[in-house]
Design a protein around this ligand. Structure first.
Ligand code: EPZ
Length: 421
């Protein structure tokens, strides 16, 4: 299992390009199931989760390959509509094949994804919504068995905001009979990217990016033959800006606006950083003399993203003052806390609240263990700022969601190397 060896204490500076968004690309590839033919995607990040998705799609009649930096999905008629446990357990987002298979073929058998490090991650909201659209769904032997002659459009009101639930229903609704209205829909930019791709296939969707999305079902979709460009990864952009912040440096992320990071920018400004948004990217400049502690509460977009909570907590470990961090989206997303404490961080956490007493003189490097994707990023950031050497173990977690992160950090001046063990 590879590890990162990091020499801390170097202020990062320079410019860096982010990759395409993992949490959009995965869904776009899955959405191609809705329409036979060849789909061309640009800016698909080269990540473990993308390869897992490609493997799953191959079992569902889709040939996938990279060809001069285009990712191509050649969708044939699905020979079978089973998403096997061995594939789904590796990548929870595989549950999103349920909606497309059900609405396209009238049947689907998809393994339950099971929980993960950050929480139980149930899919009850997905199932309930599809049942309301007329699907007959049973859960047997760890699989969701779903059938529907043709899904019927209806009004779906989600009890709580769910990104995956919104995406499953959005994809199911595009071929359903009649109109579907999703109330309390997730507003994440990745939902907008998915809706915009579906519209290129002939889907009739409006309201994407708001809490009310309307879909008029159509009888069939057509591959556009044009390439679809995946949006830039806002979480990677935020992570790289936080790398500049935690080391007291000056970093520019080259990315066309909108950056979709308003909540992060406002917290960074409150902490004393200067954020300049321009036509070709966003620049973070660190205050001399260190940054202030600020409180953060995560919540669905456009509020502070849960996927940047761990990274922001690392920043607060070096702040002047005390920060209270509240995680409202997942029930177990503080796995980075004990590892940060190994580096000398002064944190008390209870259930969904962590109190971080900042230590401006900083933390000391130590061997630490990655437990999940964003916790790993948090440990890398802390290692970049800590005095001495930090070894981050099990960085396969990182490879699921960050493409060539060590190279991107090296081009900003970081002393980080990947050691194969
Ligand atoms: C997506 O997960 C992202 N993953 C997550 O990013 C992200 O943290 C999350 O949205 C929130 O923004 C992908 O896009 C692949 P949810 P998802 O359904 O869709 C509960 C990362 O690090 N819930 O919005 O699974 C659920 O348990 C990953 O890149 C139910 O109770 O998130 C959670 O507490 C991590 N029942 C909350 O809702 C359901 O049926 C939000 O989950 C569905 C969800």
């Amino acid at each position: 299992m590879d590890q990162f060896l990091i020499q801390g204490g170097i202020p990062l500076s320079g410019e860096v390009q982010v990759s395409g968004a993992k949490n959009s690309a995965l869904k776009l590839l899955i959405a191609s199931l809705l329409c036979e033919g060849r789909h061309y995607f640009r800016n698909v990040p080269n990540l473990v989760d993308i390869h897992s998705t490609a493997k799953l799609l191959e079992t569902l009649g889709v040939k996938t390959f990279f060809e001069n930096d285009l990712f191509i999905c050649d969708v044939g008629p699905a020979q079978q509509t089973l998403a096997h446990y061995d594939l789904v357990r590796k990548m929870r987002a595989s549950i999103l094949v349920l909606g497309p298979l059900l609405t396209k073929y009238g049947r689907a058998q998809v393994s339950l994804p099971g929980g993960c490090a950050i929480g139980n991650r149930p899919i009850d909201l997905h199932i309930e919504a599809l049942r309301q659209m007329g699907a007959e769904i049973t859960i047997e032997e760890g699989y969701v068995h779903a059938r529907a002659s043709r899904l019927k459009g209806t009004k779906i009101l989600f009890d709580q905001v769910t990104v995956g639930g919104t995406e499953n229903v959005l994809m199911a609704a595009v071929l359903a009979e009649g109109k579907t209205v999703i109330e309390n829909a997730a507003k994440e930019p990745e939902i907008v990217d998915l809706a915009n791709f579906l519209i290129t296939l002939g889907a009739k969707i409006k309201g994407q990016g708001t809490s009310c999305i309307e879909i008029e079902g159509v009888n069939s979709l057509r591959a556009s033959g044009k390439e679809y460009v995946v949006m830039p990864d806002r979480i990677e952009a935020g992570t790289l800006l936080l790398a500049g912040a935690i080391t007291g440096g000056r970093v520019k992320v080259q990315q066309a606006p909108p950056f979709h990071l308003e909540a992060l920018f406002s917290k960074l400004r409150e902490a004393g950083f200067k954020i300049v948004e321009e036509a070709d990217g966003v620049t973070l400049e660190s205050p001399s003399g260190g940054h202030r502690a600020v409180d953060v509460t995560t919540a669905p977009y456009p509020h502070f993203p849960t996927d940047l909570q761990a990274q922001f907590m690392a920043l607060m470990c070096f702040a002047h003052g005390t920060s209270v961090i509240t995680e409202t989206v997942f029930e177990n997303r503080f796995m980075h806390v004990p590892e940060l404490m190994r580096m000398g961080a002064d944190i008390t956490s209870k259930s969904r609240v962590a109190v971080v007493r900042g230590r401006p003189r900083g933390l000391t490097g130590a061997p630490v263990m990655a437990t999940d994707l964003r916790a790993s990023a948090s440990l890398v950031l802390a290692g970049l700022a800590a005095q001495g050497q930090t070894t981050v173990n099990r960085i396969y977690h990182l490879d699921r969601g960050y493409e060539r992160l060590e190279q991107k950090l090296q081009c900003l001046g970081a002393k980080v190397e990947r050691i194969a063990t």
